[in-house]
Design a protein around this ligand. Structure first.
Ligand code: NAD
Length: 368
């Protein structure tokens, strides 16, 4: 009998609604196995700003550090705060990613057969799609300094007025560890890695390509191809079956993964894992969250799809706790409720029954 500690940060908006159902799935696994999950809840995002004065407190950071994994909901709100406000809910995620060294964001995209009709993309284009996007999460444009608006930029800009600067920086070491992770992942799949960059324009991308080539030589069984990000954006819609593992830098990954989410029908279907450098007794430490945000338009109405959060819990079981069979049990329970016709409004199809967030979660838990 093994014991695991999981930090649960539900956050704002629909975060608590969908996280409750993911916790329900973990409790179902616990009831049907000999494992014990100690779940420690803490505030994050707007909820934490209201009570603790900051998006994530030092105590919550310490709780995460001391856990085997973090189950995360979503942070943010409908027009809360000013863009330059210090206590922005999203700062919690940036702090977690940086301080927990969560360098690899992993997003599997595999549309369920029964949901092919829920996507805006043609059924025949979606059939057989099975890819994983690996996004670098702690470097690039979102972390580079300087990053600021310069109100007084006299002499700096010909036309005058304010100017702004953001900086994209990547080191060889940062590129190497993410490409290596993608190659390792590809080994357990169809052995194909697509490295996405903008090497015709950006120096960071030229270094990225050089390092990717070097790392790939250590994986002769894996085929590496390079694709420009604009071409990849097109390919994801035109021929998504072509992709196995995609590896890319932070901002390109941010954009491409939202695009890829539409292949699965709804943001409410896509889980993600953000994996760190730290190894625990059971696997790799990580933070697990649905890819969607707080969805202020449907908060508190029982309309949120909890499946992305539940599938994130499955990734947690697999990657951080090393419980592969439990992860598979959760994933097949999700496939089974979809096949049985349970639908939240975001994935409504011609045949199927509309259910609430709680009903969907309960239906999954029953089948685990
Ligand atoms: P969003 O993902 O919250 O919502 C986009 C659309 O998808 C909305 O129409 C919403 O109703 C729908 N949707 C999202 N999740 C759903 C679910 N589980 N079931 C059914 N429908 C769902 O994106 P947004 O509206 O651009 O952002 C809202 C807030 O969330 C903002 O404050 C943003 O900063 C924040 N955000 C947080 C995260 C995070 O915590 N990781 C990620 C993205 C956005």
């Amino acid at each position: 009998m093994a014991e695991y500690t999981i930090a649960v940060l539900a956050g704002d908006g629909i975060g608590p609604e969908v996280t409750a159902e993911a916790v329900g799935a973990l409790r179902a696994v616990e009831r049907r196995s000999s494992h014990t999950f100690t779940l420690r809840e803490a505030l994050v995002g707007q909820a934490a700003i209201a009570v603790e004065g900051e998006a994530i407190s030092d105590a919550t950071m310490a709780l995460c550090q001391a856990s085997d994994a973090v189950l995360f909901g979503a942070v943010g709100g409908a027009g809360v705060g000013r863009p330059d406000a210090k206590a922005q809910p999203e700062n919690a995620l940036f702090r977690l990613r940086k301080e927990l060294a969560l360098f690899a964001n992993v997003r599997p995209v595999r549309p369920l057969p029964a949901l092919l009709g829920a996507s805006t993309i043609k059924r025949e284009t979606l059939r057989g799609v099975d890819m994983v996007v690996v996004r670098e999460l702690t470097g690039g444009l979102y972390y580079g300094k300087p990053s600021e608006i310069r109100e007084d930029s006299a002499g700096a800009v010909e036309a005058g007025g304010a100017s702004a600067v953001d900086t994209m920086v990547y080191s060889e070491a940062e590129i190497e560890r993410i490409v290596r992770y993608a190659c390792e992942l590809a080994r357990g799949r169809r052995q194909r890695v697509t490295s996405v960059d903008k090497a015709n324009v950006l120096s960071c991308s030229r270094l990225w390509r050089r390092v990717a080539e070097r790392v790939a030589r250590d994986y002769p069984d894996v085929t590496l191809r390079h694709l420009l990000v604009d071409s990849c954006a097109m390919g994801l819609i035109r021929q998504p079956r072509d992709f196995d593992v995609i590896v890319t830098e932070n901002m390109f990954g941010d954009i491409l993964t939202d695009e890829a989410s539409m292949l699965a029908g709804s943001m409410g279907m896509l889980p993600s894992a953000s994996l760190g450098t730290r190894m625990t007794a059971h696997g790799r430490f990580g933070l697990y969250e649905p890819i969607h945000g707080t969805a202020p338009d449907i908060t508190g109405q029982g309309k949120a799809n909890p499946l992305a959060a539940i599938l994130s819990a499955a990734l947690l079981l697999r990657y951080s706790l090393g419980l592969t069979r439990a992860a598979e049990a959760v994933e097949s329970a999700v496939a089974s409720v979809i096949a049985a016709g349970y639908r939240t409004p975001d994935i409504a199809t011609a045949r199927g029954t509309i259910v609430s967030t709680g009903e969907m979660g309960a239906a999954v838990a029953e089948r685990i």
